[in-house]
Design a binder for this molecule. Structure first.
Ligand SMILES: [Zn+2]
Length: 159
């Protein structure tokens, strides 16, 4: 399977990991209020890999697509997944909303309205809007910082 086609379903303990996966462009189902049973049902219907820190595997030994994370730290968890599934950490970057998992699309600066700060509008040129929840993203220093952190985290493992 092409690694860019892997879809995930993260259990409710893994909110920060889910955001990181979305940041890399991976379709990742996550809802804080979803029960384990719901998660497993949806994951199985859609052939998603279920990510967990819990004992789902013990409780549901017949589930094929479950991955139990070893680390409790989100950046290390991400690295585990990159190594285990050969995730592409570059091509999908910044294509998916970290809040709701929908695709984000570039928007013209003139079409960006509030709630974006007018100062932000003055300084930056590249804006994106989520096609699902409407959240507006822009490429600013915070993005560069996140990407740098990600690169330093994932860099050593790339050969
Ligand atoms: Zn969204």
């Amino acid at each position: 399977m092409d690694s860019s086609e892997i879809q995930f379903a993260a259990d409710r303990m893994l909110g920060r990991l889910a955001k990181l996966l979305r940041l890399l462009g991976y379709d990742t189902l996550y809802a804080r209020d979803m029960s384990t049973t719901q998660l497993l049902e949806i994951a199985q219907e859609n052939a998603r890999v279920v990510l967990t820190r819990g004992d789902i595997q013990k409780r549901f030994p017949s589930m094929a697509n479950v991955y139990s994370l070893k680390s409790e730290f989100p950046p290390e968890q991400l690295r585990e997944l990159v190594e285990r599934f050969g995730l592409d950490t570059h091509s999908g970057l910044w294509t998916r909303c970290t809040l709701c998992n929908s695709r984000i699309a570039r928007v013209e600066k003139r079409d960006v309205e509030s709630p974006v700060d007018s100062k932000v509008l003055r300084i930056y040129e590249d804006f994106f809007r989520c096609t699902g929840c409407g959240h507006v993203y822009w490429r600013g220093s915070h993005v560069e910082r996140i990407l740098r952190n990600l690169a330093s985290l994932l860099g050593p493992s790339e050969r």
